[in-house]
Design a protein around this ligand. Sequence first.
Ligand code: HMG
Length: 414
Amino acid sequence: MQLGIENISFATSEYVLPLATLAEATGVEVGKFHVGIGQELMSVPAADEDIVTMAATAAQPVLEGQDLSAIRTVLFATESGIDQSKAAGVYVHHLLGLDSRCRVIELKQACYSATAALQMAVALVARRPEQKVLVIASDVARYDRDSSGEPTQGAGAVAMLVSANPAVLAIEPVSGLHTADVMDFWRPNYRSTALVDGKYSVSVYMEALRAAWDDYREQGGHELASFDRFCYHQPFTRLAVKAHRTLAKHSGELSNDAADAQIANTLDYNRQIGNTYTASVYIGLLSLLENAADDLSGARVGFFSYGSGSVAELFAGVVQPGYREMLRTSRHREQIQRRREIDHSTYVRLHDHPEGLVGGDHDIAPETTGPFRLAAIRDHKRIYETVAQVSAPADASAVGASPAVSTDTATTAL
Ligand code: HMG
C-alpha cells in the first residue's frame, strides 16, 4: 500500500518587505541579504492575520471536492502558538466546516513538527486506509529588530492531505533521525520573538544533517546518488546550498555541481517568502514541483527537516505520475505576487505591536484581502471571521502600504 501526500497547497501573508528596504534602513550592504543569505523578500502578516488565517487559507483548496467525513484527524504543526492550551487547529476546523467527528491537536518542536505530523499521519492512515489526515504547518518567524535573524523572518502555511491515495508524493518508510539537547534557537513563553545563537545554529544544523544521514543509511536508506532531488528546511536559502554540499562531501558520492543540481528549484519560493519555520521544507517541495521544467514523475525526493533545540529527520518520497494535475501553480504564484509591499515604518509597526498579543478587548481593522481574518479580541478570546474575497483595499495608504507589488517585479523575481 502506498501512503503519502494526496494534495498540497500553501498560503502566505498580505504584506511583503523587500530585503533591499531593510538593508537601506539598517545600513547593511544589500548583497549580504541577496547573496550572502540568499533572500530577496520576506512575508509580513497584516495585523488581522496569524497562523490560523494563513492555515485556513492554505487548507481551503485542499478540501475542495473531498468527503469531509473521511478527515478524522487534523494535525497542526506550529511554533508560533496563539494559546497555551487550545490547539490552533480547532479554529481552523471550525472555519473550514470540518466534521465534528474529528480529533484535532497541535504539535511543537521548532521547525521540525510538521514532519512529525506527516509521519504520524502516514501511520494513522496505514491503520485505517479509508481515512484521511489533514496536516497543517503554519508559522510566523519573528526575531528582534536589528538582530542577526531579522532578515530571515517570514510567514506562511502549508496544508497537506495525507491518504492511501498519494497522488502527489508517496512517502517511503525509512527515516534517519537525530535528537540533541542544544540551545541554538528558542522562544521562552514570555517572548514574542525568538532568541538565537546564529552561527552555532548553523553548525548544529549541519551536525544534525550528517547524523540523520548516517542513521538513514544504517536503517537501509538509499545512496545519495540515487536521489533525483532534495528539499531542505530553509531558514534562508543559502543554507540549503551549503547543507547539500556538506552532505555531498560527507557521503563522498557527489560533486558540488551535482549537489546543486539536486536542490534546483526547491529554493525559488522560499527566497521570496522567508523562513516559514514548520512550513519551510514543504514550501520547498511545492517550489520544486511547480517550478521544475522537467516532468518529475517517478523522481525520488529527499527531505531534511530540522527543528532547533533540536530534532532532525531525513526521509524520502517518490513523486507520482499525474502529480501535475494536482498542482495549483498559478494560485501559488499569485499568493506570492499579490502581496502588498510595505515601507520600513509599516514593518516596524507590525513587528513591534502584533495585535493578537495585546491582552485587552479590541477590534482589529480590516487589512488582509485573504479569505479569513482575525477580527477582534474579546474577553481574551480570538474572534475569527470569513470574509468575501476582494482585491486590495482601495485606500492602501490607510495601513501605510503601497499598492500591490507589481506582477512584473514578482515574475522577474521568481
Ligand atoms: P550574520 O552573522 O549577520 O551574517 O548572520 P554573516 O556575517 O555570517 O554573513 C552571512 C553571509 O553573507 C556570509 O557568507 C558573508 O560572507 C556574506 P558565508 O560566510 O556564510 O558564506 N556576506 C556577503 N555576501 C555578499 N555581499 C555582501 C556580503 N556581506 C556578507 N556585501 C546568520 C548569519 C545565519 C547567523 C543569521 O542570519 C541568523 O542568525 N539567522 C537566524 C538563525 C538561522 O536561521 N539559523 C539556521 C540554522 S537553525 C534552523 O534552521 C532552525 C530555525 O529555522 C528555527 C527553528 O527550528 O524553529 C532557525
